[in-house]
Ligand binder design. Structure first.
Ligand code: PLP
Length: 388
């Protein structure tokens, strides 16, 4: 357990918990085994490739949001299925993608027409698909809703040009976010009503991500029913590409208290930052759970936690504890494997947290550490100095 090894962890540090990852992967594999569907890791949520060999033992492959993620999959999960989708591909990116990907999903018929010949002439079989927008989503926050009015994500039924389907073998939709399978059940009904006539001639359908399959209250039986529905009705291979569900609750961000200041409330300054190390806390926004904490006022000692940046709003949240906090105390922020290491940044020149693994046998291993150079390298060229 993470609490057993707290002394050994230098802060700030993301710790990926292998046992928790395996727990999730076993659930995902059981869905593959029961239905014959294929599950892909959406790398945009979790790209820590040291774990790709482990992940590839359980699920069928990965999906990428573009060339670089596809390359990561190619390098660290060789032999697995390598899918890619992007709102648009450049010709340069496509010339690399055709060498490494087996499935390419286009966001528009225009993109498909642009790249069709390159793919046809590439000398290997690549499955091509179109992302559809079924104009049905139960996501209430627009920033995460690919179906909001005027969305650029996917082709609506009105814009679907079936005269351009030659060479297209699959359809893809992605309309969910952190949702249960009842949402999927309602969604596939709409997809079937609107696009069923095209599915008859397809080989595969991709249900996208946003399926919270590894969450405790997730209804797997309904998911299985949805997969079997398309499989039985149209003989389709069904793909799911969850990101969150692969590494849900499988990581932590461990941080230390650097100082405690007062301004109406006790405020602890941490060596981790919401803005730099867990931007979803501010973007979504949400309040990450900290081990041993309660809601503000619930336990005797309440603190506000803030990052070590100059951004006034770099606040993680307010939490209460049974004991007084001291400078040097370590805190464990939960569910920090997803959308964290892939999104962090060095705003303010803040150091990036190390990334470590809590292995299945209980041992703790640092996978990578960062330094000044990781900050500087993105901001200029160190071979070209003034006056040199
Ligand atoms: C974000 C995304 C995913 C993964 O979504 P999760 O919410 O992390 O499961 C899958 N497919 C596409 C196209 C995405 O944009």
């Amino acid at each position: 357990m993470i609490t057993d090894i707290l002394d050994k962890i230098p802060t700030p540090c993301y710790v990926i918990d292998e046992s928790k990852l395996i727990h999730n992967l076993e659930i995902l594999k059981s869905v593959e085994d029961k239905t014959g569907c294929k599950i892909l890791l959406a790398q945009k949520a979790f790209s820590n490739f040291n774990f790709y060999p482990l992940i590839s033992q359980y699920i069928s492959g990965t999906t990428a949001s573009g060339l670089y993620e596809a390359l990561l999959s190619h390098d660290y999960m060789p032999g697995a299925e390598n899918h890619v989708y992007a709102p648009a591909f450049t010709e340069k990116d496509m010339s690399e993608i055709i060498k490494i990907c087996d499935h390419i999903v286009f966001n528009s018929f225009n993109q498909w027409q642009t790249h069709k010949d390159t793919i046809k002439n590439c000398g290997k079989k690549i499955e091509c698909g179109i992302r559809i927008n079924p104009e049905y989503s139960e996501i209430e926050t627009d920033i995460y809703n690919p179906c909001f009015t005027g969305s650029r994500m996917g082709v609506t039924l009105d814009n679907f040009d079936d005269s351009l389907l030659d060479g297209i073998s699959g359809l893809h939709f992605h309309t969910m976010c952190e949702q249960n399978s009842d949402t999927l059940e309602r969604t596939i009904k709409i997809v079937d009503e609107k696009f069923g006539k095209y599915l008859k001639n397809m080989k595969w359908i991709n249900f996208g991500g946003g399926h919270h399959i590894t969450r405790k209250d997730y209804d797997i039986e309904t998911l299985i029913k949805c997969i079997m529905y398309f499989k039985d009705k149209y003989g389709l291979q069904v793909y799911l590409e969850p990101g969150e569900a692969v590494a849900l609750n499988a990581g932590y961000l461990v941080t230390s208290v650097l100082d405690i200041v007062k301004n109406g409330i006790d405020i602890a300054i941490l060596d981790a930052s919401a803005a730099c190390h867990m931007p979803d806390v501010l973007e979504m926004p949400y309040r990450p759970y900290i081990i041993g904490s309660g809601q503000p006022g619930e336990k005797p000692y309440t603190y506000r936690f803030g990052g070590n940046t100059c951004l006034a709003g770099d606040i993680i949240g307010d939490y209460s504890f049974d004991k007084l906090l001291n400078i040097g105390d370590k805190l464990i922020l939960c569910d920090m494997a997803i959308y964290s290491t892939v999104k962090n940044n060095t705003f303010n020149g803040i150091a990036l947290p190390s990334i470590a693994s809590l292995q299945k046998n209980g041992s703790f291993k640092i996978l990578c550490q960062f330094e000044y150079n990781n900050f500087a390298i993105r901001l200029g060229n160190d071979r070209i100095y003034y006056g040199l």
